[in-house]
Every structure is written in C-alpha cells, then in structure tokens.
Design a protein around this ligand. Structure first.
Ligand SMILES: [Fe+2]
Length: 389
C-alpha cells in the first residue's frame, strides 16, 4: 500500500506525537517524568521470530561472521574518482548509544573528540527512553532501558561538538521501554539540549529532520524494524519502503537524504538478504546514505550505485554484552559534495575504529591502536573480515 506522506504524518488514524506536547524552550531542562522501565521476561520482549530468539543467547556470546549473501566488503576508506575540487561537508555517523551498567558516562579519547568536534553533522541512535534526570551508580539493566539525562548529556558535552550538530534517532526497539510517555519525554529532552531528534512520528511533520549546512539541505529520516514493547509513534521499517521519497525530497528541496535504519538481527557481522534488498530499494528511491544500527557489531559497507549503505556501525557508547566484538565503537566519516552533480552526494568515506575499554571503574573509548592486548589484535582481525584495511 502506498501511503502519501501528508496522510501518514497527519491522519488521525495513525498515532503521532502532538506538536504541542513537545514544545520545549531551548535551554530549559524539561521536568523529566521519572518513568519506570517496564519489567517483562526476555521471551516476551524478544521482537524476533522464535527461531532466532532461541539462537540469540549463543550469538550474544559469539557473534556470527557468516556472510549470508556473499557480500563483497568494501575497504574502510574510499574516495570517489573524478569528483572536481570543491568544499565538502563532513558527516560523522556513530552507532547505538545505550546506558551502561551503573550509569557510568564513558570517557571519550581526544582522538575521538577531534573527529567529532570537527564534523559538520553527527548522526547517532539514542537507544533508550530518557525519563529520569540523574545517573545512578547502583543502576543495573537487563533488557529494558531508561537512560538518565545526565548520561547522554555527559557524552554530548565531551564530544566537543555543539548540540545543534547532533541528530539522534529515537526510533529503535527500546522506544517503548518506558511506556507511552517515554518517547515524548525523550524528544522533549533532546530538543531542550538543542539536539535534533528524528524517527518520531510528529503531527504534520515529514518523516525526516532537515538540517542546512553551507546551503546544502540534508534530510535525516529514521525508522526501526523491531519493537520489544510497542511504540507506534516511532517510524516503522514496514512502512518506509512505501513512502514517496522522491516527492518528499522535492517538496522540502533536499539536496541529500540520509536514512538511519534500526534493523537486522543482533550479533550478526553480515546483513541478511532482506536488508540488502531494502537498501537497494531505498537507494533507488533517492536516499544518498543509509546508516544501520542495532546488531551491536560492525557490518560491511556497500555502494548501491551512488548510495552508500553502512549496514551497522556497531555500538557507540554501550557496554552491552559479554562478547568482545561488541566493544568496537566505530565512527563513519562521510564527505558530501556541495557543488554541481555532486551536491549532497557521498564523495568519500572512512571508517575509524575505536574500542571500549573497561577498567572496572570507567569505560573509555580509545582508538584501536591504543587498546590493550589481546583485545586489540582480536578486534583488528575481526574488523579485517568485515571491513578490509
Ligand atoms: Fe536495538
């Protein structure tokens, strides 16, 4: 079924967040509602088919490197040939930001700060509702998340980039973890910081957030394939391929369309055929860049004509799980052209490999070269399979 976007965004039959509920003057901390995360059994919370749910504990400890579709992995740095000299925009994409046990705000290495603070735009995923103010040293999480505002703020402040340069997707499988008020609370809080949220269905608004840099208009859409607990006001994977993206691009005079896709099975280093087919469909529909999240481990990149798809960057600030490949926290640095036929197009990229190192007191995000052995060698070897040097 084809859903005209105006109907999808404003139809009373489709749930959306009312704009009035989200009004939040910049700089004023909203009164966070102190919502409590829902408790439920892992089996009930699993969004996957039973066949994958039963295998999930195995992969949780040993992420799979099975290349389901014989995808030929791209190198970790590419510059497109034949692009005339011009001013370029740099967009950094990072993976999932989730709460870590005991709410410890990770320390960002100066090399990571340098990369992020010099970007024109940073896109990531806020994979939890934000519905309480302060970090709690006794906090412990299993399968439901309630991120303290102080945790996210601590990461953003360290990045050295002004909040206005951050775009965070709120469309993910944990969007419903704090019940029906969690999504609105999260959007309100991001707006109070000056961060641009995307992925929430908001009354009368298109399915993307528009940012303008150097006169280049960039739309960032976000959606999720999975929900552990329902949150129908987040854009969903199942409706994304039906939206008239070319018309939407034209209506908002976009030069560049970016999709943040929360998809795939967790703990898989290579995408499924279904995800590759959707990436191709979206590339044909006018997306210039697709950034995947949710598997918690690195997946490859692929060109689809001129569309770049990074199937999963892995975690960003997230200490989830016992598996060492989940310690990778990679940054995709993308260059966008600003002139002529390359305006808004990806003209080059580089993936920078960082690692989460936990000394028991604090988690630090350090460049791969600075990670301790044997973690450094194990991660270098795994990255070489997915993303050759
Ligand atoms: Fe997820």
């Amino acid at each position: 079924m084809v859903l005209p976007i105006t109907a999808a965004a404003s139809s009373p039959s489709l749930p959306a967040l009312p704009s009035a509920v989200l009004a939040q003057p910049r700089g004023l901390d909203p009164r966070l509602p102190r919502l409590t995360a829902v408790t439920a059994s892992p089996l009930r919370l699993s969004p996957y088919p039973l066949s994958y749910t039963l295998r999930w504990p195995w992969y949780f400890h040993r992420p799979s490197i099975r290349n389901h579709t014989d995808l030929v992995a791209l190198p970790r740095r590419v510059e497109r040939a034949g692009v005339p000299a011009q001013r370029k925009l740099r967009l950094c994409a990072v993976g999932d930001i989730m709460v870590i046990q005991r709410d410890r705000v990770p320390r960002l290495d100066p090399a990571l700060v340098s990369l992020l603070s010099s970007a024109d735009l940073i896109v990531g995923t806020c994979e939890a509702a934000i519905a309480r103010p302060d970090c709690d040293p006794a906090a412990s999480y299993q399968f439901v998340f309630n991120m303290p505002a102080g945790f996210l703020r601590g990461i953003l402040e360290q990045s050295g980039a002004p909040p206005e340069r951050w775009v965070l997707s709120v469309a993910n499988n944990h969007a419903g973890d704090c019940g029906p008020d969690g999504l609105a609370s999260t959007v309100r809080y991001l707006r109070s910081l000056g961060v641009h949220p995307t992925g929430a269905r908001i009354e009368g608004q298109p399915p993307f957030t528009v940012i303008e840099r150097e006169g280049v208009r960039i739309g960032i859409a976000a959606w999720t394939q999975w929900f552990n607990l329902p949150e129908p006001r987040a854009w969903q994977h199942s409706e994304i391929s039906s939206l008239p993206w070319r018309d939407l691009r034209a209506a908002d005079r976009l030069d560049c369309l970016v999709g943040s896709s929360h998809w795939e099975y967790e703990w898989q280093h290579f995408p499924r055929a279904e995800s590759r087919a959707l990436a191709r469909q979206l590339g044909n529909a006018g997306f210039d860049l697709i950034i995947g999240s949710h598997p918690h481990v690195l997946q490859p990149l692929e060109w689809i004509d001129r569309t770049l798809c990074a199937y999963s960057l892995g975690n960003f600030c997230s200490g989830i799980g016992p598996a060492w490949p989940a310690r990778m926290c990679n940054v995709l640095s993308v260059e966008l052209g600003t002139e002529g036929p390359d305006r808004g197009k990806v003209v080059g990229y580089e993936v920078h490999l960082f690692v989460q190192v936990d000394d028991g007191e604090r988690v630090s995000l350090v460049p791969l070269d600075a990670a301790p052995e044997p973690l450094r060698t194990k991660i270098a070897d795994r990255a070489a399979i997915v993303l050759p040097p």
